[in-house]
Design a protein around this ligand. Structure first.
Ligand SMILES: [Zn+2]
Length: 174
């Protein structure tokens, strides 16, 4: 899923997890893909969806980043970051076009490297290069837009609805 897709899911999850701050959900939702910082290194395909796509990483990241906030915001920030990260992992487990580094997500890494995927919505790439052929991988990721565009629209509708509600609440009585 592209970053905007993960951000849309995180934003929409704020309608369910109402106590989790939206910025924390959004940050948690894109944090696992921080491994893209290494995209230009030859080892990237091997480590992508490994070091940063597991329970341990999202828990540590949530505690470290959320821990920077003072009480009473600390617990809410940690929860939001963790929920956002968890949603990212679940989505990636169901949307994986690259079979060269395993299908799905190794939730239990570093204790167990087995990738878990309950089902896969994406067509698998025929390429054996994985992310070493960036253009092919990006093209393949674009098929995921079929699933992502409705999420973009839903997130936009919720955003507009919340904005109108805020404006109505802030408007002085007539
Ligand atoms: Zn990811």
């Amino acid at each position: 899923m592209l970053p905007f897709g993960h951000l849309s899911v995180s934003y929409l999850s704020g309608t369910i997890f109402k106590k989790a701050p939206i910025p924390a959900l959004l940050m948690g939702g894109i944090l696992p893909d921080i491994d893209f910082l290494f995209i230009n290194y030859p080892f990237f395909n091997h480590i992508h969806r490994l070091w940063t796509h597991n329970f341990l990483f999202i828990l540590l990241a949530a505690v470290i980043i959320g821990g920077l906030f003072n009480q009473p915001y600390r617990f809410k920030a940690i929860s939001g970051l963790f929920i956002g990260g968890l949603l990212h992992l679940v989505i990636d487990a169901c949307m994986d076009a690259n079979p060269t580094n395993g299908i799905g997500v190794p939730f239990l890494w570093p204790f167990d490297s087995t990738c878990f995927s309950p089902f896969n919505l994406l067509k698998l790439s025929d390429s054996t290069s994985g992310w070493n052929d960036k253009i092919a991988m990006i093209k393949l990721s674009l098929y995921g837009l079929l699933y992502e565009i409705p999420l973009y629209i839903a997130a936009l509708l919720v955003f507009v609805q919340k904005r109108e509600k805020r404006i109505r609440t802030a408007a002085p009585p007539q």
